[in-house]
Ligand binder design. Structure first.
Ligand SMILES: Cc1cc2nc3c(=O)[nH]c(=O)nc-3n(C[C@H](O)[C@H](O)[C@H](O)COP(=O)(O)OP(=O)(O)OC[C@H]3O[C@@H](n4cnc5c(N)ncnc54)[C@H](O)[C@@H]3O)c2cc1C
Length: 301
């Protein structure tokens, strides 16, 4: 049933890089919630695995001296949702990953696996995009840190070179300080379901909460890889918070998204959902900037 040739267990990151170079056909396994299914289905017959599961140095959430939030790649979804730093600074990420699968998957699935599988529907990905996350990668040439947008090369394909592994996801202080965010996953049912469309919106308002100082919108499943809505973001940065702004943002995202037909949903339907989710997530994000969650600052236009 599980046709595995060998499992290598590195003692630390350096040892993992060595094993990946020595066994170039080997695949990294973290929580295994994707990999083990592929193996069970016979899609990886006779595979070799490098199990990073025992590398505790890759687990947990911390804050660097400069305020950067550091999420180890082996951190489970459940850990992220419950983590005090995540709750305090980027609660929406904890909420987004709390929508993954069911409790068992959230206990074993890792944020590293969720981004390294390169899947557009990954529930952490659009929220990480909206927070301008950076991906830390360690390999034979040392460490490199790249924007998450550059990490995604195509469906199921990420920027990991031979011998490399993702070691952390970083969110700089300037990306989250003063922002509030909201993620909505639209699926055909509310648990154990892959997103038909996911939408994550971050906003930063002017001090008097009358203007939109910054706007970041990201989608999952609205294209071959998770992505931002740059035209809409540019169009509405600095805009006055009016009631009609919400609808304008909802219409505008249609110029940014490129969903496709699949057995799950037709392209037209996905476009409609993109528009609805952008509106709702934007409004909820604006509410999130107020201590009482009020919408009072939306003015009649
Ligand atoms: C029943 C079920 C329901 C699910 N529902 C959802 C859902 O609702 N939303 C969702 O987003 N996902 C869902 N998933 C998918 C899955 O749980 C996630 O993608 C999970 O985050 C993968 O993490 P993992 O640690 O289990 O990865 P693994 O299976 O161990 O690895 C996944 C991939 O990432 C690579 N990899 C893992 N870690 C690293 C690393 N540190 N560096 C380099 N490469 C690495 C592996 O080589 C592999 O290619 C579901 C899965 C199942 C089985």
């Amino acid at each position: 049933m599980y046709d595995i040739k060998a499992v290598y267990e590195p003692s630390d990151i350096r040892d993992a890089i060595r094993l990946l170079l020595e066994h170039p056909a080997a695949k990294i396994i973290a929580g295994g919630s994707d990999v083990l299914i592929h193996i069970r289905e016979g899609r990886m017959a006779g595979c070799e695995l490098v199990s990073i599961h025992g590398l505790d140095e890759l687990r947990g959430v911390s804050m660097d001296e400069d305020g950067t939030l550091r999420i180890g790649s082996l951190t489970s979804f459940r850990h992220i949702t419950e983590d005090p730093l995540i709750r305090q600074h980027i609660a929406v990420l904890g909420e987004a990953v709390d929508l993954v699968g069911g409790p068992q998957i959230r206990a074993i699935g890792t944020i590293g696996g969720n981004t390294c599988n390169g899947v557009t529907s990954a529930d952490s990905a659009s929220t990480l995009m909206a927070w301008d996350a950076r991906i830390q990668i360690d390999g034979p040439e040392g460490r490199r840190i790249i924007p998450i947008q550059d990490f995604y090369l195509g469906p199921g394909k990420v920027d990991l070179r031979p011998g490399e592994l993702q070691t952390a996801i970083l969110i700089p202080e300037e990306s989250y300080e003063g922002y509030a965010g909201h993620y909505i996953k639209y699926g055909m049912r509310s648990a154990m379901e892959i997103a038909t469309i996911g939408c994550s919106v971050n906003v930063r308002l002017s001090e008097d909460r009358s203007h939109l100082r910054d706007l970041r919108i990201a989608f999952g499943v609205a294209g071959p890889v998770p992505g931002r809505a740059p035209l809409t973001e540019q169009r509405f940065r600095g805009a006055r918070l009016t009631d009609s702004l919400t609808d304008k943002i909802g219409s505008s995202v249609l110029s940014d998204v490129h969903p496709r037909d699949s057995w799950r949903a037709a392209r037209d339907f996905r476009e409609h959902i993109c528009s609805v989710l952008a509106r709702r997530a934007f409004r909820a994000a604006v509410c999130g900037t107020a201590e009482d969650g009020s919408l009072a600052r939306f003015q009649n236009s």
